[in-house]
Design a protein around this ligand. Structure first.
Ligand SMILES: NC(=O)c1ccc[n+]([C@@H]2O[C@H](COP(=O)([O-])OP(=O)(O)OC[C@H]3O[C@@H](n4cnc5c(N)ncnc54)[C@H](O)[C@@H]3O)[C@@H](O)[C@H]2O)c1
Length: 546
């Protein structure tokens, strides 16, 4: 077993022109760590540029300064270090970096390197008549040193953001090493009318007051949660809010979907009035999708809208419902009939709180994660295939990766289509069939993510029947749904009820509808004109008898 402690430093190294400095900065931002660049440290300390140091004292002197700069970089807290391209040439530097944590080496083709740095006269090693030839020689000289890195990322075809994504994914992949444990990722959400950050990590709930400070000390806040979650997390959250300067008032509603009601909303408004919440106050929604929807709607409507911070505590809420600004309550006539778009001012997702989540609630969140993987991310799909069935609650690094990646995906879609008028339809993959089954199931007895899993199976088959995908693509999705313990067939649902629920789908126009389908794992296509008959066949194919 690898008992390596969490990293003190993540090193991003590689040849000049591979993007080390920029990528290290983005990776640091994503992980909520500081970035240090050893070349910048050297220049700052010496008060002159690297070409000037080379010219005055030669390469050997520069390498001494580099080792000293590395020692300084490693003496602070946890950091992402962008190193100079020759850092690994000295065995002592390599050893020091190894002890501190993972070493990721960025690579690029010689042509790409030449394109990126050929005209750059701040590269002393390339001030020769034939820079292309020199690049080839240097790469050959350094091949063995670069081979010592733990992982390599070829950036030839990647933007710095894409390269940083790949680095974060690699770090998460070796979860045993605990490289990401204790780190936190900040995902920016940029909408036309709102900007906020989603903070993902372990124990970030204890920092919520500092992450979302009040405008001035003593501002009142509503901390809304349920009677099941309150004993687990209310005290801890209250303390964190107080430490940040808030005056929180705990408001506890009964656990469960039934609380998304006019009656409970009314009681919540009364408590908000009694607590003296004003227009400067903020609602902190601590719980799963139910609390997020209910408290979010209260925040959207209290005094025509006050601040909302989502503190999601279920996997489903962390990867889906806390992002996007949809809030709602149910009526007896149907779910989510009364609601509003109200973007949070911040989302803080502590993956540590998932430790107490029952397995069926973990599975429910996995339905949405698998949906995102099918439509957007073949690598995450492969990651889920490799880890199939493992106990995610014991694997903080894998959870950090999955939650942050899914937040990124959902935030990206929401930013493109904040009011659900276009591309956001893709988030309904698996949901057309899923919702029909949900409506036909007595009292919504199936968990949302479970029906999404079955919906993915049905809709992936439909894509294969239409020739949008091949059979293997549909089968891979079915295998993944099954591998995570989600049902691929459902029983106890009346076929007629399911089909008539399907026929009532708001999206059906003249017996046909537009449906997001998956042509290949990791991509989607909105297919217009899918016939309701084919959809009926798809529903029928996942209904088990009896
Ligand atoms: N607004 C949106 O965009 C959106 C998207 C999807 C779903 N939703 C809504 O979300 C709701 C479903 O959300 P959900 O699945 O999170 O259900 P939920 O909020 O009812 O939570 C499920 C159960 O888990 C318990 N729980 C929560 N956190 C826990 C923890 N850390 N440890 C132990 N137990 C914990 C809860 O007490 C509850 O019993 C539905 O009402 C659905 O309509 C909204």
């Amino acid at each position: 077993m690898d008992l390596r402690p969490p990293a003190d430093a993540i090193a991003i190294t590689g040849f000049m022109g591979t993007g080390k400095t920029t990528v290290a900065r983005i990776v640091a931002e994503r992980l909520g760590l500081d970035a240090v660049d050893t070349d910048e440290l050297i220049e700052g300390e010496a008060g002159r540029s690297i070409p000037a140091i080379f010219a005055a004292h030669g390469e050997a002197h520069f390498r001494d300064l580099e080792s000293a700069a590395l020692a300084r970089a490693l003496s602070g807290g946890r950091v992402v270090i962008g190193t100079g391209g020759g850092m690994l040439l000295r065995a002592a530097n390599l050893e020091a970096l190894r002890r501190a944590g993972p070493i990721i080496c960025l690579t690029a083709s010689p042509d790409a390197i030449l394109r990126r740095v050929g005209d750059d006269d701040s590269r002393p090693l390339l001030q020769v008549a034939d820079p292309a030839g020199r690049i080839g020689e240097l790469l050959a000289e350094r091949r063995d040193a670069y081979a010592q890195a733990d992982a390599h990322v070829d950036t030839t075809e990647l933007t710095p953001e894409q390269a940083a994504d790949e680095v974060v994914r690699l770090l998460a992949e070796d979860a045993r090493a605990g490289w990401l444990t204790g780190a936190r990722t900040a995902i920016p959400v940029a909408l036309a009318d709102a900007r906020y950050a989603i903070t993902v990590g372990r124990d970030v709930l204890d920092e919520v007051g500092a992450l979302c400070p009040p405008r001035e000390a003593g501002v009142r806040a509503a901390l809304v949660t349920t009677d099941r979650i309150a004993p687990l997390l209310a005290e801890r959250t209250t303390q964190a809010l107080r430490a940040g300067g808030w005056e929180p008032h705990l408001m506890v509603v009964p656990d469960g979907e039934a609380s998304k009601s006019l009656a409970v909303l009314g009681e919540l408004y009364e408590q908000m009035a009694a607590a003296g919440l004003d227009r400067g106050s903020t609602v902190f929604a601590l719980g799963g999708g139910v609390v997020g929807d209910l408290a979010g709607f209260a925040a959207a409507t209290w005094m025509r809208g006050i601040g909302l911070v989502n503190l999601p505590t279920t996997l489903l809420a962390q990867v889906d419902s806390s992002i996007g600004g949809k809030t709602a309550i149910d009526l007896s006539a149907g779910k989510n009939l009364v609601g509003a778009f109200h973007q949070p001012v911040a989302v803080v997702s502590d993956v540590g709180v998932l430790a107490t989540l029952p397995p069926e609630e973990m599975r429910s969140g996995l339905g949405e994660i698998i949906k995102h993987a099918c439509c957007f991310d073949a690598e995450m799909f492969a990651f889920l295939e490799q880890r199939a069935g493992s106990a995610l609650t014991d694997d903080a690094a894998a959870l950090e990766y999955l939650v942050s990646r899914n937040c990124q995906i959902k935030a990206g879609v929401v930013a493109e289509d904040p009011h659900e008028q276009g591309v956001r339809a893709v988030l309904n993959y698996g949901h057309t069939v899923g919702h029909a089954l949900e409506r036909a199931a007595e009292g919504w007895s199936l968990r949302h993510g479970e029906v999404v899993g079955v919906g993915i199976v049905a809709e992936s088959r439909l894509a294969a029947w239409l020739g949008v995908s091949d059979e293997e693509t549909a089968l891979r999705q079915e295998r993944l749904v099954a591998a995570w313990g989600l049902p691929t067939r459902v029983s106890g649902i009346d076929e007629e009820a399911a089909l008539s629920a399907l026929a009532r789908d708001k999206k059906i126009v003249s017996g046909r509808l537009r449906l997001p389908l998956v042509p290949e794992v990791g991509s989607f296509r909105i297919v217009a004109d899918v016939s309701i008959d084919l959809l009926r066949r798809a529903v029928g194919s996942v209904l088990a008898q009896g």
